[in-house]
Design a protein around this ligand. Sequence first.
Ligand code: NAI
Ligand code: MG
Length: 363
Amino acid sequence: ATRKLLLLPGDGIGPEAMAEVKKLIEMMNADFNTGFQTEEGLVGGSAYDAHGQAISDADMEKAMAADAVLFGAVGGPKWDGVPYEVRPEAGLLRLRKDMELFANLRPAICYPALAASSSLKPDVVEGLDILIVRELTGGVYFGEPKEIIDLGNGQKRGIDTQVYDTFEIERISGVAFELARTRSNKVCSMEKHNVMKSGVLWKEVVAQTHKAKYSDVELTHMLADAGGMQLVRWPKQFDVIVTDNLFGDMLSDVAAMLTGSLGMLPSASLGAPDPKTGSRKALYEPVHGSAPDIAGKGIANPIAMIASFAMCLRYSFNMVEEADRLEKAIAGVLDDGLRTKDILSDGGTEVSTSQMGDAVVAK
Ligand code: NAI
Ligand code: MG
């Protein structure tokens, strides 16, 4: 099989982290005949420098044609003054919009070797493996009206509008139920139906979708504020959490910090399956940004990017065994005590970005 990957390393530590994934791809092609075909493009500040856009139409076309996109990170102080429409983040927003990536998957996994250095008690996080499924293209970040009105009496009014339609809730909950079936078969849906109409509809549609197609999966509902509390109190009660754009933004950041450094956290953003082929558009990226404070020093942690590639193997190519082995290799090098600077607090052996990547490849 050929498997078409578009690599968009971006800015700052993005290219440094992506270099380690390239090593993996080369090794897998050579030793396991995986047939990955890679192309590379520019995004963010580096694209702006090359052609005045945060992503060119040509690279956008490559993204649409690829089986999956691997994205590094964008941004940095160098581009602080560029016009709003072509700022680095605009590249990522265009990718999400044009590829219709409505489902954002943010796992929170606590590697055993790092449980002791979590900000929570080790027994609360040890063995933690949950997945937050956040709706990414709807809700209050996009709903209309969205404006600031001058009320004329020295007062202004800021307005954002939370809007969800049935089909949006159906498709995001469908993703959550399907993922749950490949895991511990549990979904918890979070909203605020006690104070929000969109929350009433959310709960109703999730329940209907469950009844119609996924009644084998265990479904619970929780108010999103209580969910935040439970995530910190006893996160292992959850398997898959499905929630809207705003709550998902906050809850996934909370869950992320249960497990340690930003340098460890992968994510995936998925579109709808093609009705003919069943394949879906997808973009995989670390949760972290371009980290200008450490860029160019060779000390960035490449694990978030590598773990994002593991998600790509699992969700875009159904290479479940390979994904499992890659995740085991990550856990293995951590068990061996290898640490980039950001996760050094428990006193392991400090390694560089490229040494960490080499160690994962070797494992
Ligand atoms: P950031 O995630 O780049 O960095 C926050 C802190 O975490 C920094 O101290 C950084 O050194 C550290 N860090 C992040 N990733 C790391 C890694 N892999 N290894 C070791 N340490 C790591 O967030 P920040 O500083 O708020 O933003 C920097 C730039 O990145 C800004 O221009 C921002 O707009 C952009 N950004 C881009 C994102 C993306 O491309 N998806 C997401 C978040 C921010
Ligand atoms: Mg966020």
